[in-house]
Design a binder for this molecule. Structure first.
Ligand code: H79
Length: 456
């Protein structure tokens, strides 16, 4: 594990974030806060989205040098593939089974409310018809604008379309630093400011052409990218669209993989924990854990470390009970289809969400911490009432569920799936609910309790 991490450091060229910058005036701060609250509303309501990692790397993900699969979307860096060799994948990119409606339908049925697709990953390949790059989908036999098709399909199915964009770029001649293993590609004459202009041109195409709800930046950790550049890019994108949500990887304020934004005026509308769920959430800020279903982000035929459907559903509940969003990844195959294992899990999540999504969408962090038997989410109902959703992972054997720390007066308790009423009583341990002998669902059975909030 340690060696893998060291390898990542080498590949990605990580440097630590700079120290903080000055604060703004309090008036503009208030205005900024109001704007932030307004644009985050749909995202906070959504709670669950799909990440899609797709690019040329799906081809070596299928088969590489006679073996099934190779490490991930980052294969070019891991395997140190020379540019001339990697570029040839454009001739082979022909995902004839790609169907954007199928993708969006799977996301919708899983209860996901938004979809974030890699418009361009570290490899530099653009999934849309980019006028400022020849390294795009139009240079492949496929010649179909993938962002256009996915954005249309998402709109049809009421999924918010969003885009990932990597600042780090292993293809563009002006991007720096050049990897030291790229001996066939000199960095002479490279101009990072010219790269920044290119990046803005591409983002303008994306934002004005496809109207993504979120711009999900990545690859901000390299030395060449500075806080000033991050601020400037944030303002540029915000200038293109006032409502767009921009993650904290646009700037240099991200604290390691836990994804929290450091104090000191760094830009970004939400924190981005990667492959982890913060133990206590990230109180007071918006955040989203992004996570893979197996190990890799991009398709890798060799990666069999699939998390179980139960594990994924409980991770979703865990994230939401801490006030965050979950962005769950799919790495489509080179033929354009989702891996069978991913489909099976999305459908399993969908079966659970079909009966319990009320306890996820539009809910907030638990007011009673992490109970021993599972997790809790809540909603304000207005008129001094709120509803607690108890997500019970470990069903009580003695027919009594004990809920401690509940503030407010319980009015009624029901099984969310089926609506059966439950009786309850208070004792010194807390609220005691009489529950059926068997859970409704072995992954998580949800009980909804309406409360009259305590008088302020
Ligand atoms: O797109 C997926 C991955 O391909 C991409 N991010 C997700 C969303 C990714 N690129 N590189 N990495 C993940 C691994 C990078 C890890 C590190 Fe670091 C970068 C280690 C050190 C620098 C980020 C900053 C994590 C710790 C500090």
């Amino acid at each position: 594990m340690r060696t893998l991490f060291a390898l990542l450091l080498v590949i990605t060229g990580f440097v630590t974030a700079p120290s903080s910058f000055g604060a703004e005036g309090s008036r503009s701060k208030d205005k900024a806060l109001v704007d932030h609250e307004a644009r985050m509303a749909w995202w906070r309501e959504a709670r669950f989205g799909m990440f899609v990692h797709w690019g040329l790397y799906a081809i070596p993900g299928e088969e590489w040098k006679g073996n099934p699969g190779h490490i991930d979307a980052m294969i070019r860096g891991f395997a140190q593939i020379p540019l001339e060799e990697y570029d040839k994948y454009t001739n082979r990119f022909n995902p004839v089974k790609f169907n954007a409606d199928t993708w969006a339908g799977l996301a919708r049925r899983a209860g996901m409310k938004y979809l974030v697709i890699t418009s361009k990953h570290h490899e530099g390949f653009a999934l849309w018809d980019s006028k400022v790059s020849d390294f795009d989908v139009m240079a492949t036999p496929f010649k179909r604008d993938i962002l256009k098709e996915v954005s249309k399909a998402c709109r049809k199915q009421d999924i918010r379309f969003c885009t990932y964009y990597s600042i780090l770029d292993w293809h563009h001649p002006d991007y720096l630093p050049r990897r030291d293993w790229e001996t066939s590609r000199s960095a002479e004459g490279a101009d990072f400011n010219r790269y920044r202009a290119f990046l803005k041109n591409q983002l303008k195409e994306i934002v004005t052409g496809y109207n993504p709800g979120v711009l999900w930046f990545d690859g901000e950790w390299e030395q060449t990218w500075t806080h000033e550049m991050g601020s400037d890019l944030y303002d540029y994108v915000r200038g293109l669209n006032k409502q767009i949500i921009i993650n904290n990887r646009v700037d240099k304020g991200r604290r390691d993989s836990a994804g929290q934004t450091l104090p000191g005026g760094y830009r970004g509308d939400f924190g981005t924990p990667e492959q982890e769920i913060p133990d206590q959430g990230l109180p007071g800020v918006d955040w989203e854990s992004c996570m893979t279903m197996n190990c890799c982000w991009g398709w890798n035929a060799r990666d069999n470390s699939w998390k179980s459907t139960e594990d994924l559903i409980r991770k979703l509940i865990d994230v939401v009970s801490k006030g965050g969003n979950l962005l769950l990844n799919v790495g489509p195959r080179a033929d354009g289809t989702f891996p069978d294992q991913a489909v099976e899990r999305l459908e399993g999540i969908g079966r659970w969400m079909g009966r319990n999504s009320e306890a996820i969408h539009g809910t907030q962090a638990s007011p009673i911490g992490k109970p021993a038997w599972g997790r809790c989410t809540q909603k304000q109902l207005g008129r001094g009432k709120s509803r607690l959703y108890l997500h019970v992972f470990d069903w009580p054997k003695d027919g009594t569920l004990v809920v401690s720390g509940v503030a407010g007066k319980p009015l009624k308790a029901v099984m969310l799936d089926g609506g059966e009423s439950l009786t309850f009583a208070q004792n010194a341990n807390g609220l005691n609910l009489k529950v059926p002998a068997q859970p409704k669902n072995s992954i998580a059975t949800v009980i909804a309790i309406d409360l009259a909030n305590p008088k302020q």
